[in-house]
Design a binder for this molecule. Sequence first.
Ligand code: SF4
Length: 580
Amino acid sequence: MEKILRINMGADGGPAIKDDPLGDYAGFGGRGLTSAIVAKEVPPLCHPLGEDNKLVIAPGLLSGSTAAMSGRISVGCKSPLTGGIKEANSGGQASQMLGRLGYAAIVLEGKPKGDTLYKIFINKDGVDIQEDNSLRMLGNYDTVEKMKTAYGEKISCISIGPAGEMKMSAASVAFTDMELRPTRHAGRGGVGAVMGSRGVKVIVIDDAGTKARSPQDADKFREANKAFVAGLRKNPTTGEGLPAYGTNVLTNVINEAGAYPTKNFQLGQFDGCEKISGETQAETENARGGEGSATHGCHRGCVIRCSGTYYDKDGHYLTKQPEYETVWAHGGNCGIDDLDAIAQIDRLDDDFGVDTIEMGATIAVAMEAGLAEFGDAEAAINMVKEVGKGSHLGRILGNGAAVTGKVFGVERVPVVKGQAMPAYDPRAVQGIGVTYATTTMGADHTAGYAVATNILGIGGSVDPLKPEGQVELSKNLQIATAAIDSTGMCVFIAFAILDQADTFQALLDLINSFAGASMTGDDVNDLGMKVLKIEREFNAEAGLTDKDDRLPDYFKKEPLPPHNVTFSVTDEELHQVHKY
Ligand code: SF4
């Protein structure tokens, strides 16, 4: 992966294509690369939808190789939602394909003058860009169908739905999975709006005629990969829990812990949780779609396989297995205990191209504002449909929880830096509260998943209800995650490498034998710190200060049942997170 594909969408005479060498960016991949490019090339004070912003799509350092779990992809830009730097991470097939084609990144820059929509086709022979206004306002599913007709079934697609075209701040970028369905999303931060503002509807990738990237030391690489996979398989979370029930295995666990944000973060437990749990979901999927429907990888080379397929009551494909975050966002957080309704909303979210976390949080805020009753699934479905239509209400909702709260005068709006909180209440999981507050990304659980140690007992044990130890925990996890996100590895490998020294060593061996390097654990830490530093500096120049590293006030004042706790990590302690 020696080259960067740059496409200037604003060039005179139409989009201009250029292959650039990696140059100064050598050694960066995934999130490290997207953040390095954005920090160096995007003016921090630019308008996120303006011509100076760039959308960077980067496979990880190991993507395109045969390393297990290495097919995640990063999408970076200045975020329309947070106003800071953004990296949104996704599965899907594009990462492996771009890696095999030799691209370290695609950079969409400039802004077309008119409102023409473009499609981009990339294969081993080069890049072709065509106008295609027939795609206007199509959902991601129809867009992919059209691409299949035009380019065959062996492609992968990166696309936006109507929300991206309407430049909504909740808009996602969709990636097709192994079945060529647009079910994997770089969801967070409005990255789809930035793609829409470049006038790009879809990027089609065909890696026919390419080979997997070769490691520097093939024998050591093979051995390391074997040990790494064995480590993932022997770990109870990555080897059993996630494959059997998917991420939704967390519903019962987090509810039990009293940390399941319910009805717009008013309560820590949801009465209807059993009906929407991972166990119920897996049972439903297996009964409707056949045994094994609940076990599926989101890209080639995933061995954990935490995903699955959701079928409707008649046994027809409806959507991919909704993730824990999605089930929570549209379920407990909206007081809804109907899995079929949640799956239907997941399908709409994927088709319109919106982040399921932001959308669920937004609907809950709208419910608190009185637009519908908590628990009213039909009203929730109709709200998402308004977003797809782009009605006035839909445009408000499609711009996320913060905008919706402001428009309807709601105080309880669970956002940090304008981005909605995911499925863990920070009062009952104080470590994740530190991550929400201080990550460069706005509220984001994946940036430093303190739930692992606070609730699951992985990587040690820190009392979730007390402030002690949370800053150190979140800091270390944020650093490690920034490094993992740069490799293209799925962040779920953390469950195994945090507790199993031999599996962490296998990961290092994998990286070193592939790249001909000699990285140590300390070097991995240094890489993570370097990425965070780049991101922090961008955010500071964009106008974000320590005062933006805070949770909304009500988390410090309103006790959360059943533990009746408030968030008690002090502002001074929060300031210590990024002292390294
Ligand atoms: S573990 Fe899950 S999220 Fe991670 S790569 Fe596999 S299917 Fe995708």
